[in-house]
Write a new protein. Structure first.
Ligand code: HGY
Ligand code: MN
Ligand code: MN
Length: 419
């Protein structure tokens, strides 16, 4: 052991503080369904942001906020130490409607636990460590999803991102100003060395196979549409079927088509999560039907094919039924492949810790999907009980949470070791 190594304090994961903070953050925005709802840049998410910033400051991290509300907690590296590009560990703290306690928050608070381990050991990494919480990862309120990390990665300008409005016509900019997170820094104000994201799997694989760690090699592609059928309101009791321009029927047939398309492809997934009918009365044939389609596939080619088939079906049906149809693109991200060397490092670290692991692709979208555009990126998964997520029933056992955080800490320690 080198002389100066004798005084080096070991890094230790403070698991109790991590679990406590997860519970505290999980109580912010709690809703009557037993979940929590912290939609991007909402008042509730603002409370969660304030809590995170407070915890960052407790660790003496330098807190920076960019113009689209991405939050960064910076633990400086060695004085003049190469000043190498920072290792970024992060995720998001915005949620879907009635979310579970871990989606996103687990990655951000575990990243904070890594910074805490350095602080407690009195150690300075060879280069900066950054804890990141990105804006609007979920995309429930503003589309596209992963908007903050997309902007940070240069995939959309801050102006365009800030101009995006929610279903009430309120812009991201107004909302961020409202909660005090329309920061002074231009998004993408620093170039990360690597990005690592720890996340609950949100799917059934690790739980079913009894494995502790997922070494995530990439994320599948995602395509979001808003589909609007327009027809003619008319009397439910007097209008013969052949004379109807029934927008609701158009939507219903297309929703069924999406399921059939998914089943026939085998790898494509299709979800209709929102649906509205106007004027919305029991005895009026709907004049308007609007729904969203979430289509996913690990293959870019099959995803593009699904997009085309959905569009063709809707347009053909519309002309046959005397309807108009519009398909508005809300999000479209191709599948990404992560850094093989970072995956190998995660896998090696899991092995050294005696943890079982497997390589896998993420079914859910993540900020890592955007960060992979600008730096070597990888993700670490821990099991989700029953594969459930985007639900108050989301659960991961404490031992699995701490095992994942330990892998993140040890992988970061290797990446931040003195050069
Ligand atoms: O939709 C997703 O896959 C992610 O949770 N934003
Ligand atoms: Mn997430
Ligand atoms: Mn999510």
């Amino acid at each position: 052991m080198k002389k100066d190594d004798q005084n080096v304090q070991p890094l230790r994961l403070d698991g109790q503080t991590l679990v406590d903070q997860l519970q505290i953050l999980a109580s912010v925005g709690s809703d009557p369904r037993g979940g929590r709802t912290r939609l991007a840049a909402s008042k509730e998410e603002g409370e969660g942001r304030d809590l995170l910033v407070e915890w960052m400051k407790e660790l003496d991290l330098e807190v920076k906020v960019d113009s689209v509300g991405n939050i960064f907690g910076l633990l400086h590296g060695e004085e003049g130490g190469a000043g190498g590009s920072p290792l970024v560990l992060g995720s998001h703290i915005d949620t879907v409607i009635s979310a579970g306690p871990y989606d996103g928050c687990f990655g951000v608070l575990s990243a904070l636990a890594v910074a805490r381990a350095f602080r407690t050991a009195g150690r300075t990494p060879s280069r900066p460590l950054v804890v990141a919480a990105f804006t609007n990862e979920e995309g429930v309120r503003f589309q596209p999803d992963m908007l903050g990390s997309l902007c940070f990665a240069g995939g959309i300008s801050p102006e365009e991102a800030l101009a995006v409005t929610d279903s009430h016509g309120v812009s991201l900019e107004e909302s961020l100003k409202e909660i005090g997170y329309n920061g002074p820094l231009t998004s993408g104000f620093f170039a990360p060395g690597e990005y690592l994201e720890l996340h609950v799997e949100q799917g059934p694989i690790l739980d079913r196979e009894g494995l502790s760690i997922g070494v995530v090699e990439g994320v599948q592609g995602i395509s979001w549409w808003r589909v609007a059928f327009r027809g003619k309101a008319n009397h439910a009791g007097t209008t013969p079927t052949a004379l109807r321009s029934d927008a609701g029927y158009g939507a219903a047939r297309t929703i069924v088509f999406l399921r059939e398309l998914a089943l026939s492809s085998g790898t494509t997934l299709g979800t209709v999560g929102t649906l509205s009918l106007e004027p919305g009365a029991v005895n009026i044939i709907p004049s308007k039907a609007v729904f969203t389609a979430d289509i996913r596939d690990p293959s870019e080619e099959r995803l593009a094919e699904a997009d085309d088939k959905l569009k063709a079906f809707a347009e053909e049906l519309a002309s046959a039924e005397g309807l108009e149809v519009t398909l508005e693109r809300l999000a479209r991200f191709s599948p990404v492949v992560f850094s093989q060397s970072l995956c190998a490092l995660v896998e090696e670290t899991a092995r050294e810790l005696g943890l079982s692991s497997r390589r896998m692709t993420s079914g859910a979208g993540h900020d890592a999907q955007m960060m992979a555009r600008i730096c070597p990126t990888a993700m670490i998964f821990v099991p989700s009980r029953g594969g459930i997520s985007h639900s108050p029933d989301e659960h991961t056992d404490r031992a699995d949470l701490l095992a994942g955080a330990e892998v993140l800490l040890r992988t970061a320690e290797k990446l931040l070791a003195k050069e």
